[in-house]
Design a protein around this ligand. Structure first.
Ligand SMILES: C[C@](O)(C(=O)O)[C@H](CC(=O)O)C(=O)O
Length: 354
């Protein structure tokens, strides 16, 4: 189900090469922040580049290999903008998830109700997926595919060109809503299958390792057996991974893994949503292969912003911790790399430091 296609690596062929100091003596990856004091730089200076240095591999190929060559659970924090993605990269997560709910909230200030469309989603995913060509692969939300089969295919093509490693495609009606809200409606089986066929055909045409994740939201209205039927058919139509949205219980989640084995399943963890909280360890034991935490960044960001703005409103101060200097925040966003680009090019912008 998960063969590795031969694919031209996505990323920059030029001077951006991975600093070998990230690899320890026993060949294990050393977290970037341990090496570079804040995950500042993953790139070698031009002067240290030689022929044998590692080239970037596409996120799609990386993700497919994680699924086909290991038994690990791929843990993906849900990121929604540049800073949350940079933070996940700083902490050396193996993969990331771009949440549609978070993209809609942060870019449009709107709820997760089919308001963000393909161009907003693609643009956000493109930015996040390309922050670090050597970084973690990005799984993205592709909702309903934003139309019929033609749009589902177009979405896959655009996501692949943007460097997205994989995405989930669901069976809700086009006027969809967050999977953890009541009142969801799904399209008939054949309409869903046409979306999946179109998405799979697009990935084959693009000769990409893009990981197609079939999601069903049918549990609420049609029940568990219908979900298993839909996912089995999606698998047979070429989907690489399954996602049953909104489990009612831990037992049901474990049962779905068994019923669809050995096909890999993704678990969407939305704390305080429709499903019980399942820990990474529990998901691992159940046999899930990917776990996304959709609200991992969005919910705490809202809380922190609100607390800070309340302080500003009531006390007239912001109260930023002393170590959170502007330089520190810019470092998270690749300041050192930007500076090295200028210096290597003979620029003078940083002759007097920053
Ligand atoms: C996974 C999801 O599609 C997302 O956008 O992150 C949402 C998350 C949410 O709104 O709770 C979903 O589960 O539908």
């Amino acid at each position: 189900m998960l063969p590795i296609a031969i694919e031209k690596p996505v990323g920059l062929d030029g001077p951006l090469v991975r600093d070998k100091s990230h690899v320890s003596n026993n060949n294990e990856e050393v977290p970037a922040h341990d090496v570079h004091n804040g995950g500042l730089s993953r790139y070698l200076p031009l002067s240290r580049i030689s022929a044998e240095v590692q080239k970037p591999v596409s996120g799609a190929t990386k993700l497919r290999k994680m699924l086909s060559e290991t038994n690990e659970l791929v843990v993906c924090p849900g990121v929604y903008d540049g800073l949350s993605a940079r933070t996940a990269i700083e902490l050396s997560f193996n993969a990331m998830y771009m949440t549609g709910a978070g993209t809609t909230a942060s870019r449009l200030g709107q709820p997760d109700l089919a308001i963000a469309q393909l161009h907003e989603m693609r643009e956000n995913a493109d930015m996040i997926a390309n922050l670090d060509p050597f970084g973690p692969p990005l799984i993205a939300d592709m909702d309903t595919g934003y139309g019929g089969p033609i749009m589902a295919a177009r979405t896959v093509e655009q996501y692949i060109r943007a460097g997205v490693a994989g995405a989930h495609l669901e069976d809700q009606v086009l006027t969809k809503r967050c999977g953890h809200l009541a009142g969801k409606r799904v399209v008939p089986r054949e309409e869903y299958y046409a979306r999946i066929r179109a998405a799979h055909a697009a990935r084959v045409r693009m000769r990409s390792d893009f990981v197609l994740i079939a999601r069903t939201d049918a549990l609420q209205s049609l029940g568990y057996d219908e979900c298993i039927e839909r996912l089995r058919t999606a698998r047979d139509l070429g989907a690489d991974v399954g996602l049953l949205e909104g489990f009612n219980s831990k037992e049901q989640a474990a049962q779905a893994v068994k019923d669809l084995a050995p096909w890999p399943l993704l678990l969407n963890s939305v704390e305080n949503g429709a499903s019980p909280t399942i820990t990474v360890e529990e998901a691992q034991q159940m046999g899930f292969r990917i776990m996304i935490f959709s609200f991992a960044c969005l919910a705490p960001a809202y809380r922190a912003i609100k607390e800070t703005l309340t302080l500003l409103k009531t006390k007239g101060v912001v109260g930023t911790p002393k170590d959170l200097t502007p330089v520190r925040l810019f470092e998270v966003c690749g300041l050192q790399h930007s500076m090295s680009v200028d210096v290597e090019a003979g620029g003078f912008s940083f002759a007097n430091g920053v």
